[in-house]
Write a protein that binds this ligand. Structure first.
Ligand SMILES: Nc1ncnc2c1ncn2[C@@H]1O[C@H](COP(=O)(O)OP(=O)(O)O)[C@@H](O)[C@H]1O
Ligand SMILES: [Mg+2]
Length: 276
């Protein structure tokens, strides 16, 4: 036995005659953060969807919390989703509900969750994600990065054991992207939940990864600790890292705690000005 919380064992999947993942294996230990990295279209989101049961692999096994879930039914996965949650790239918030109502949504109607308890939990989560001033705001009024923070709060509402993030800093400007990265890092340090972060951003990977799996042409080209990835002599990995590091602006923003929350404050100021 081992204490891997999640295991991906020789997973293969293709669509039509296009193979996407070829015998990909990795694991995530309890409390650890795995970063899945690779170029656009390589199969990162597909890997997460297999873990969530939204796609079935052609071969291989998926183990979650010691159970082989590969052939589980939709109903069994619905149960699992209380323990393992995913924050979608789109955020997938309900547009007609406020930020607070979105976060409350998974809890409403659940046994043991009365109004007072839900409100306390929502406040705690909005505080944790540093969006407490935006509780009554509709998603349409929020910048993308702030929407992501609300979506993460909603993902954490049921206190899952594991959380997966799909490209949490993509399509967000550099300052907000650094802020979202800081929030995920804070959650990693304080909540210590088993996490998977899908990204093609090496800056984010370096900040968050205990281990990394690098996908290339359908295969797990590398799986191991971040420091081994960064120090690798493999030309393919070196090239990928070097290319991404050509974007220095993000690094500068990431070290600076004042700039990091500036945009969140701006957004709040704009919203409160509109609400006067
Ligand atoms: N449901 C699907 N049906 C057919 N092809 C798909 C499906 N989902 C993903 N693909 C294809 O699989 C490949 C990997 O996609 P994806 O995992 O979304 O890439 P990324 O690494 O950018 O997240 C792409 O070529 C995509 O078009
Ligand atoms: Mg994707």
């Amino acid at each position: 036995m081992n204490d891997h919380f999640i295991e991906f064992e020789k997973i293969s999947i293709g669509f039509g005659d296009q193979p996407v993942l070829k015998e990909v294996s990795f694991f995530v230990d309890q409390g650890e953060t795995l970063v899945i990295m690779g170029r656009s279209g390589v199969g990162k989101s597909v890997a997460l969807k297999i873990l969530m049961g939204f796609l079935k692999p052609d071969s291989g096994r998926v183990i979650v919390s010691g159970q082989d879930v590969t052939q589980w039914t939709e109903k069994q996965f619905q149960e699992l989703h209380k323990r393992v949650t995913m924050v979608f790239q789109s955020g997938a918030l309900f547009d007609s509900l406020t930020a607070a109502e979105n976060v409350a949504f998974p809890l409403v109607g659940k046994p043991d969750w009365d109004d007072g308890k839900i409100q306390a939990r929502v406040k705690e989560l909005l505080d944790m994600l540093e969006v407490e001033g935006l509780a009554d705001t509709l998603p349409g009024e929020l910048p993308t990065g702030t929407k992501r923070a609300v979506a993460i709060a909603r993902g954490l509402a049921m206190e899952p054991e594991a959380i997966f993030y799909d490209e949490p800093t993509t399509m967000v400007d550099p300052i907000m992207s650094a802020h979202v990265a800081e929030l995920i890092l804070k959650l990693k340090k304080t909540l210590k939940k088993t996490s998977i972060v899908v990204t093609h951003d090496t800056h984010l990977g370096e900040k968050l990864a205990d281990r990394i799996v690098f996908l290339h042409e359908g295969r797990a080209e590398f799986f191991g600790p971040w420091k081994d990835f960064a120090a690798s002599g493999d030309p393919l990995l070196k090239h990928f890292l070097a290319e991404d590091r050509l974007i220095p602006a993000l690094d500068m923003v990431i070290g600076d705690p004042i700039d990091v929350s500036a945009q969140a404050r701006d957004a709040k100021a704009q919203v409160s000005a509109r609400n006067v």
